[in-house]
Design a protein around this ligand. Structure first.
Ligand SMILES: [Ca+2]
Ligand SMILES: [Ca+2]
Length: 436
């Protein structure tokens, strides 16, 4: 009855005073009608309340079972211990489910097999155990004039055939059977041309040159410099220098672009790590990212998005402040933004995995991974799922440097197709000008 009286007085209260005079309290029929409406309203409320309760119960059950699984995992959910490859290293100590280990080889060795392996839910490792294979420095056939190449760790040596000497068997050996020596005057001057040394042996003249020179043409009195750069330029033997070759009188040398140092063998170039050696001008609030041939100073500013505010929780991460209750616009904005920077060389072969995004403690029944970002990112990248909790950013076509590309991977959590959370990972890829 209280409901009825409330309806009656409620009606009276909202009536303008002029109408109150002309209208009495509602009839019995009106009251019954109103009562039915209130009952309907109540049962609708009751149903929705019960539904919320059921949903809440389900979520609590889900959380409980997840927590249970995690305690179970914590006790015995590690993959078998992995060893570092011989002549290499293993990065990452955790052998728990969804953790990753990475493998590196010592200088002079190259990795064969999986660069990284993930401990899967089945308690087995993904991929293949890698090995470190000695890089074959003899592959470009560096020994000249029939010399035999001997591959050593991080270098090579040449066993020269008879009559040749030098690091790459580039120099003819003067004949030792000289009976009498006579030096003839040089026909032409200049550092690339030298007089030959001729000896008279049993009535025949034999002429030889200094290392790095050779007798060209019919004039046995003149030695000309061997242009090693030209000789190896397009030959099947491969390139003498990783970058530029400079011919010098009696030899050659390799040069590297700015930002690289020559390696010990003088033929390759190694990036200078400006970030580790303080050869950078990044300010205090910037981070130095070493790139091939250079470096980048980066600074993360949290995004400004309507209806939400973000705060930096680490130099590379912004998290959303809690949304006010019932603010749907806020709850649909991303929960967090993470920033990652990568340096790669130009023309890196594809397909390959560039980056992985994993959910540690996912909510809801479904995880979805997708690639956001512009046309350029879509031309070179795609996002794939690698296991239930992990999405990976794949390079699908090689990138010609120099270039800077940005890709955004979105991970969303859903429960019965309703979005619970969104997490954005922004990956910036610095591509070098050269393929090293
Ligand atoms: Ca030369
Ligand atoms: Ca660098």
């Amino acid at each position: 009855m209280t409901a009825v009286s409330t309806v009656c007085s409620g009606l009276s209260r909202t009536m303008p005073p002029t109408e109150m005079i002309s209208q009495d309290c509602p009839s019995r029929q009106d009251i019954q009608g109103s009562l039915k409406q209130v009952q309907k309203l109540l049962s609708a409320h009751e149903a929705s309340y019960m539904q919320s309760l059921r949903n809440l119960k389900k979520k609590i059950n889900l959380l409980q079972s997840n927590a249970g699984k995690q305690t179970a995992k914590a006790t015995n959910s590690t993959c078998a211990k992995l060893d570092a490859p011989i002549n290499g290293r293993k990065l990452g100590r955790s052998h728990s489910v969804s953790h990753e280990v990475h493998f590196l080889c010592d200088p002079g060795y190259e990795l064969v097999g999986s660069e990284s392996r993930v401990c899967q839910e089945s308690l087995t490792w993904s991929g293949q155990q890698p090995t470190c294979r000695d890089i074959n420095e003899c592959a470009p056939s560096p020994c000249l004039n029939g010399g035999t190449c001997v591959d050593e760790v991080n270098q090579f040596s040449c066993v020269c055939s008879k009559g040749w000497a030098g690091a790459t068997c580039q120099s003819p050996v003067p004949t030792s059977t000289a009976a009498a020596a006579a030096t003839l005057p040089a026909a032409t001057a200049g550092p690339f041309v030298r007089p030959s040394r001729c000896s008279l042996v049993q009535g025949t003249t034999h002429c030889t040159c200094e290392p790095g020179y050779t007798i060209s043409g019919r004039d046995s009195n003149t030695c000309t410099d061997i242009d090693e750069c030209e000789l190896f330029h397009n030959g099947q033997a491969g390139k003498l220098c990783l970058h530029a070759c400079i011919n010098t009188p009696g030899g050659y040398r390799c040069s590297c672009p700015v930002g690289y140092n020559a390696t010990r063998d003088g033929r390759s170039c190694k990036d200078i790590d400006e970030c580790a050696t303080r050869q950078n001008n990044c300010t205090k609030d910037q981070m130095c990212i070493n790139t091939y041939g250079g470096f980048q100073c980066v600074h993360v500013d949290c995004p400004k998005i309507p209806n939400a505010t973000y705060v930096k929780t680490s130099p590379m991460r912004c998290e959303r402040n809690p949304c006010p209750a019932d603010n749907k616009a806020c709850s649909q904005t991303p929960n967090s933004f993470s920033y990652h920077y990568m340096a790669v060389v130009s023309n890196l072969s594809a397909p390959r995995v560039m980056f992985r995004v994993s959910a540690l403690r996912p909510m809801g029944d479904t995880l979805r991974f997708s690639l956001l970002g512009g046309r350029l990112a879509r031309r070179h990248f795609t996002v794939q799922r690698s296991d239930r909790l992990t999405g990976q950013l794949m390079l699908v076509s090689p990138i010609q440097g120099p270039a800077t590309l940005e890709a955004e991977v979105e991970m969303s959590e859903l429960e019965r197709r309703v979005q619970l959370g969104r997490y954005i990972t922004k990956i910036t890829v610095f591509v070098s000008q050269y393929e090293f």
